[in-house]
Design a protein around this ligand. Structure first.
Ligand SMILES: [Zn+2]
Length: 402
């Protein structure tokens, strides 16, 4: 059974311990000491990292009553000097103690209990036993948590005999038997916990809620404390500043400016649709006039460099309204597009000639007897696809004159 030094002193960074067990593994080696300050992954808090002799510790796990240190290389000697990665550990202490405070703040501000806790690399989450919490409850809980931080209350750790546990008024009932490790925030919160915590709430620095979302009939609250809140604040400011610079406005004017731009582009889109309709109608007249009528019908064929399918449809309609014709349109762009249409009273089925054309442009499509469309990635073959479609229509009408 490994003695857990972090239970008594979470500020202990360097220590010497005796090797109890050491085993080679594929990744390096695993070492069990008689005592350790390295925290193993448990209770929602990730493991510590650091150095043992000259080897790096990349993981610490709990196996039965032993704490196993996973090293990247073997170590020699019976007594080893160890040092934990303090930046990482202190960050965990800030987040974890912040979690105790925030969970109690949600009890007081919203009567919501914490049923889950997870500490990720960038942010921390707690799950509340509620599908939703109001934005007022969220800001009240956040406000209260930060008040507790500013008041710099003492955070105490003690081990309580099982018989005295019921009288403690734990925030969340413990399933453990035997003596219980209890962490309390002065006159605020009492919880059973095996993690590492700061001595006073002031060291939490700050508690910032970043997001609340509904997950599995619970409300998941994402938050950051201490250094993480500074880092995330800086990152957000950088993002916002970049947007503001692009828009040439002050930070506070960004939302209004973006709203305005969205509205403007909506209007532009509308105007464009009207102009496209006009353009399609003019272009249809011209294209229709350019081709000769054969057996009472015309074939209008046109390749565009970069037009949306929407425009091809408008043009197709406009062409059909000119008189009897078969319309073969294509456009390049990010993706190749084909649109074939024909007057209702003409024989033939456009669906029959589409597959061959699709093959050429490496795409797929479909439609009705008189209107088909397709998209494909090989834009270099669009002209060939149009020519092929035209040839098939000529062949068909030669074989089957009206
Ligand atoms: Zn804790």
């Amino acid at each position: 059974m490994t003695e857990r030094l972090y239970y008594h002193d979470s500020y202990l960074r360097q220590f010497e311990a005796r090797v109890v067990k050491s085993e080679q593994t594929a990744q390096g080696c695993e070492v069990v000491l008689d005592a350790t300050a390295f925290y193993p992954t448990s209770g929602g808090q990730p493991h510590d990292q650091g150095i043992m002799a000259s080897a790096r510790i990349h993981e610490v796990v709990e196996r039965d009553d032993e704490i196993v240190h996973c090293l990247t290389s073997p170590v020699v000697g019976e007594h080893l000097q160890c040092e934990i990665d303090w930046v990482r550990r202190f960050d965990h202490m800030q987040q974890h103690t912040g979690q105790h405070v925030l969970s109690q703040a949600f009890v007081r501000a919203a009567k919501r209990n914490t049923v889950g806790f997870h500490m990720g690399a960038d942010y921390v989450t707690i799950d509340l036993d509620a599908e939703a919490v109001s934005s007022q409850q969220i800001s009240e809980a956040e406000h209260l948590a930060n008040e507790i931080v500013y008041e710099n209350r003492a955070v105490g750790v003690r081990t309580v005999p099982e018989a005295e546990v019921p009288a403690l008024g734990l925030r969340k009932e413990s399933q453990r038997t035997g003596p219980l490790r209890v962490v309390s925030v002065e006159d605020f919160d009492v919880s059973a916990c095996g993690g590492t915590h700061v001595r006073r709430t002031g060291e939490i620095g700050s508690v910032v809620i970043r997001k609340v979302e509904r997950i599995n009939r619970q409300a998941r609250v994402e938050f950051v404390c201490g250094r993480r809140s500074v880092v995330s604040g800086q990152r957000d400011l950088e993002t916002l500043s970049r947007v503001a610079r692009q828009l040439s406005v002050g930070l506070s004017e960004v939302p209004a400016r973006i709203e305005k731009q969205i509205e403007e582009s909506r209007q532009l889109r509308k105007t464009l649709q009207v102009k496209n309709k006009m353009l399609a109608s003019l272009l249809a007249k011209e294209l229709y006039a350019q081709v000769r009528e054969e057996q009472g019908s015309r074939i209008v064929k046109q390749l565009f460099e970069n037009e949306e399918m929407e425009f091809l449809k408008l043009l197709g309609q406009a062409l059909l309204s000119q008189g009897n014709c078969v319309v073969l349109l294509a456009s390049g762009g990010p993706q190749g597009a084909l649109l074939f249409a024909q007057s209702d009273n003409l024989p033939g089925d456009l669906r029959k000639i589409l597959p061959e054309c699709c093959q050429l442009i490496e795409g797929k499509g479909g439609g009705t007897r008189t209107l088909v469309q397709a998209g494909g990635k090989n834009t270099g073959m669009l002209q060939q696809a149009l020519d092929l479609a035209e040839q098939r229509i000529i062949d068909k009408s030669a074989a089957d004159p009206r």
